[in-house]
Write a protein that binds this ligand. Structure first.
Ligand SMILES: Cc1cc2nc3c(=O)[nH]c(=O)nc-3n(C[C@H](O)[C@H](O)[C@H](O)COP(=O)(O)O)c2cc1C
Length: 154
């Protein structure tokens, strides 16, 4: 089966772990762990992320919406776990990791990339969210959380 072979091949694709987050017009907060974050263009700075249509943040990410992409540190596996577990959806912001005063972001992330959705493309089960970068801030040294082969890398 090509699908099974593809799933095996994808285990060998190591990715950085990010959390994407947004606030809707009612003030509801959303966050989701994502490894599909990819740099798109430098001129202008743009970035993309692929979001499953079953994810709670999916419908919020429409053109013009603000979002933050927080690249996680190795020390932030707990945040990745909370933001990738449906059971913990209601607990995602019940901790001290977040600044939710405006677009929510993780205070101690490796990088925080503040963006505005520019375009979305639906492809089968996923929405490709293309966002223009408004500003970003980063820690000084590399300590990014990575995921491959079904688990986090040391
Ligand atoms: C390391 C890791 C990377 C993930 N990357 C993505 C991704 O890029 N896109 C996606 O739609 N789901 C991804 N997921 C799955 C979602 O985080 C998970 O389904 C989440 O529960 C969906 O959000 P919800 O619970 O608010 O519906 C990833 C999960 C993990 C653990």
């Amino acid at each position: 089966m090509p699908k099974e072979q593809f799933l095996i091949a994808m285990r060998f694709l190591a990715s950085s772990v990010s959390v994407i987050s947004a606030k809707d017009s009612f003030g509801n907060l959303y966050a989701m762990t994502a490894s599909s974050v990819t740099s798109l263009t430098i001129d202008p700075p743009s970035i993309l992320v692929c979001v499953n249509n079953g994810a709670s943040i999916h419908d919020v990410l429409i053109k013009g919406e603000n979002l933050c992409i927080s690249i996680l540190k190795k020390t932030q596996q707990e945040i990745s776990n909370i933001c990738s577990s449906k059971e913990q959806e209601s607990l995602r912001f019940e901790n001290n990791f977040w600044d939710v005063s405006d677009t929510p972001f993780i205070k101690e992330a490796q990088s925080n990339i503040f963006c505005k959705v520019d375009e979305t493309i639906l492809y089968n089960t996923h929405k490709i969210v293309i966002a223009s970068v408004l500003r970003s801030e980063s820690a000084k040294t590399f300590n990014t959380l990575m995921y491959a082969d079904g688990g986090y890398l040391d």
